[in-house]
Design a protein around this ligand. Structure first.
Ligand code: G6P
Length: 375
């Protein structure tokens, strides 16, 4: 009801603004990186499954999820391979459960699910187990869910109840849990120095404050949304760790505004989507100041050369400025490995405000359900 919404117009907006609190709660009590953070909370506490033993035993990760949760898994792959050096495969649950794959018992099977009740994700977990993969862990927002009962190990995110069908705070808290998992695996494998552990912990503790300053960009996203409300198509570009963020940004926009949106890895632009670029196709680019910035800049030139209008989320210290056909929102800081948690927030706000401008049912988009418990 209206009382619960407080100053917000919709649950989606309220939940976007809850993210500093949600991330703070999810990481509360994390003093150092220890595998015990992931010890089972379900039936397996009794059977003595310990994350410490499991993390030492496995040498690859298989992530299974659907929807927004699948995209948080896609981002985690970059962390797991880049920081923990563990080969990681990310699969859409509904694909994995029905395809022939090559199982390896030394795999940590990680399911990601806000509700813990998604039918395809539960079935994919059971499929992995039927193939002899017994090391299971879930990143889940509901401690009493079927998924938490089914998995030996768990990390419970503390987003709180999420009502908006389009997932927002569940996504960023999943990323926080997945980042912790990366560090815990790196530590179990002897690949996390004390100095790196201290630095990452510091960056994690800074997240609530960093999120607040990104949320303060809302007026600029409202201004972008006035342009987007009049379009029927949009393209999102990102590279590396931010390619999954581009995918999530496009998903948010299509879910709540019904604008056709798709995301591409920026390097793929010339292999197809460039043919679609006209002045009627806004192009959103996620441009953190990372190793790929120069490459991304030349992708942006390619869009401009075809008359495409760019909307760029640039880090504080990138040399990209607003000019004819280029709208830049400057992010307050440069966030390092945790950058995806910050860059997704303006994309959530863009989708939200564009939906408001179009008058759609923001919290209950047509044809979609919060939790898909049947196939
Ligand atoms: C539905 C929801 C999405 C969610 C997906 C997976 O499609 O509308 O927001 O990402 O299910 O749900 P889960 O609870 O498994 O994360």
């Amino acid at each position: 009801g209206a009382a619960e919404l407080g100053p917000y117009r919709h649950y989606m907006q309220k939940e976007i603004f809850e993210q500093p609190r949600a991330i703070g709660d999810t990481l509360e009590g994390v003093q150092g990186i220890v595998p015990e953070l992931f010890d089972g909370v379900g039936q397996d506490g009794a059977t003595g499954a310990s994350a410490h033993r499991v993390f030492k035993a496995i040498d690859k990760v298989l992530i299974l999820a659907c929807g927004t949760s699948y995209y948080s898994g896609c981002a985690a792959k970059y962390w797991l391979e880049g920081i923990a050096k563990i080969p990681t495969q990310v699969e859409i649950a509904s694909e994995y459960r029905y395809r022939d794959s090559v199982p390896d018992p030394k795999t940590l099977v990680v399911t990601i699910t806000q509700s813990g009740e998604t039918a395809d994700t539960l079935a994919a977990l059971k499929h992995a187990r039927s193939l002899g993969m017994e090391h299971t862990l879930t990143i889940c927002n509901v401690a009493t869910s079927a998924m938490v009962r089914e998995c030996k190990l768990a990390y419970i995110t503390r987003a709180g109840v999420e009502i908006g069908v389009a997932s927002t705070k569940a996504f960023t808290t999943q990323l926080a849990g997945l980042f912790l998992l990366t560090l815990a695996l790196a530590q179990a494998k002897g690949r996390l120095s004390d100095a790196d552990e201290a630095r990452y912990l510091k960056e994690m503790r800074h997240l609530p404050v960093a999120l607040q300053s990104v949320l303060a960009l809302e007026p600029q996203l409202i201004s972008w949304s006035e342009d987007f409300a009049r379009k029927e198509n949009a393209l999102f570009l990102g590279r590396g760790l931010h390619y999954p963020i581009a995918l999530e940004g496009a998903l948010k926009l299509k879910e709540v505004t019904y604008i056709h949106a798709e995301a591409y890895a920026a390097g793929e632009l010339k292999h197809g989507p460039l043919a679609l670029v006209t002045s009627e196709m806004p192009v959103v680019a996620v441009a953190p100041n990372d190793a790929l910035l120069e490459k991304l800049k030349s992708n942006l030139q390619e869009v401009r050369a075809r008359g495409g209008v760019l909307y760029v989320l640039a880090d504080r210290d990138t040399q990209i400025d607003s000019s004819e056909g280029i709208h830049v929102i400057r992010m307050p800081e440069h966030y390092g490995a945790l950058s995806p948690l910050l860059h997704v927030v303006p994309l959530q706000l863009l989708a939200y405000h564009t939906a408001c401008a179009r008058g759609t049912d923001v919290d209950k988009p047509r044809n979609l359900a919060k939790s898909v418990t049947v196939e």
